[in-house]
Design a protein around this ligand. Structure first.
Ligand code: SME
Length: 174
């Protein structure tokens, strides 16, 4: 059995500079793909992605999924970090905006984002990525940070690519 992924230890809450964050991500991604290979259960995948991205993004104070339940509601799914809101309507917050538009939301300053939901009032920036499988929105992946500009466009692109490769397959059991 795997014991997780090997990355240099960095204290939770540290905001490394962008090159160091990208290097850490480059080191993590092949290991994450190797761990996920062959798994088709959506909850097992979500739990493991949340765990391993939490290890990778040391600047995060929350990392996990909100699942689509019903027409316009998200319910919290597997995550790491401080307690998250249990439900979020599509018309609220950064997660709601991602669910509504199906577009990546990269928010360098949540206080400047109209309708931001403060599940943890230390959160200063967010990255939210849509989880779409065969044309159907299944969830969003939310990464929060207590730092302003905690995530870059290149990190957003890499997370979106990981999510697509992991979840946009006909074999996934939702
Ligand atoms: N801040 C998010 C809500 C989710 S949590 O912070 C875990 C938002 O505005 O969508």
């Amino acid at each position: 059995m795997s014991e997780g992924i090997a990355l240099p230890p960095v204290a939770r809450g540290t905001l490394l500079d962008e090159p160091a964050r990208l290097a850490r991500l480059d080191e993590a991604l092949p290991q994450i793909h190797a761990v996920l290979a062959g798994e088709t259960d959506a909850v097992a995948l979500q739990a493991t992605v949340a765990c391993l991205l939490w290890e990778t993004f040391v600047q995060a104070n929350w990392c996990g999924f909100y699942r689509c339940v019903g027409e316009s509601t998200l319910a919290v799914g597997p995550y790491q970090g401080t307690m998250g809101c249990l439900r979020i309507d599509f018309d609220r917050g950064v997660c709601g905006a991602c669910a509504r538009t199906r577009e990546v939301q990269l928010v360098p300053d949540v206080l400047a984002f109209p309708g931001h939901i403060a599940c943890d009032d230390r959160t200063r920036s967010e990255l939210v990525v849509p989880v779409v499988c065969r044309g159907e929105l299944r969830a969003v992946l939310d990464l929060d940070s207590p730092h302003l500009s905690g995530y870059s466009r290149r990190e957003a692109d890499a997370v979106l690519a990981l999510v697509r490769e992991t979840f946009d397959a006909g074999s996934i059991v939702w």
